[in-house]
Design a protein around this ligand. Sequence first.
Ligand SMILES: Nc1ncnc2c1ncn2[C@@H]1O[C@H](COP(=O)(O)OP(=O)(O)OP(=O)(O)O)[C@@H](O)[C@H]1O
Ligand SMILES: [Mg+2]
Length: 265
Amino acid sequence: MPDSLIDFRLTQEPFYQSIHNEIELFESAFARRLPILIKGPTGCGKTRFVQYMAWRLKRPLVTVVCYEDLSVADLVGRWLLDANATQWQDGPLSQAARYGAICYLDEFVEARANTTVAIHSLTDTRRQLVLTACNQTVSAHPDFQLVVSYNPSVLSEEIRPATRQRFCALNFSYPTLEIETKIVAEESGLDTVRAHQVTHFGVSTRRLQGLGLEEGASTRMLVGAASLVVQGLSLHSACRMAIVDALTDVIPIHQALMLSLDAAF
Ligand SMILES: Nc1ncnc2c1ncn2[C@@H]1O[C@H](COP(=O)(O)OP(=O)(O)OP(=O)(O)O)[C@@H](O)[C@H]1O
Ligand SMILES: [Mg+2]
């Protein structure tokens, strides 16, 4: 039988630095096929973690990035008209449920509540997806697993209790300076000494969170800055370009960040 999810299989192990016991927790939830909700600030490793777990559990990974206008049809599928006939085309959620993938709905809170309701029958004991438009009910493959993630500090609609209570949750945050330095060094190729300097500066920006800065520099930003250093920029120029100038347009906050950058490098 052809592998319907061949395009969704990870062929290489993604680099993932574990932070606490999240790998073990995910594996326990996966063993019982409990839907998992991952929350944490931007660029802290949520997506990378899901990719790593899919690779580790040897499951294909079907990812959907949610947005406000995402429709139920975008998730479950629609009829398509070709030259001769109309044919049903599964959406990513139906495909994952039918053939046993991990379905990852990223930025979950961006989707409207009446769209996310489509997952309800899949995420309780029924484990079924009702395709009303083609009058079919798909019973989920035993390996099917649903994972969603979002950033709770982004102001958007709350998740309804009836949706939220279908999930168990993993709370992500930025790791310790030591672990984050390791991630920055590994991802960028920068030596540990300078990766530590970049990370130390990046972490200091997080103190301005809530004081005019919505969020401090993410691990993603630190990796970006470190990559610019590998490219030949000085620590000062790289951190200015990838962190300070990118983080804010608010003049007093930018000035405060510049002072701290000048002091650091
Ligand atoms: N624990 C980690 N192990 C390896 N790389 C990491 C880790 N945490 C963060 N990173 C690095 O940070 C980058 C951003 O991580 P990722 O895309 O997973 O963030 P995210 O939490 O999904 O952010 P967003 O909410 O903005 O989508 C990754 O591409 C990787 O370089
Ligand atoms: Mg992400």
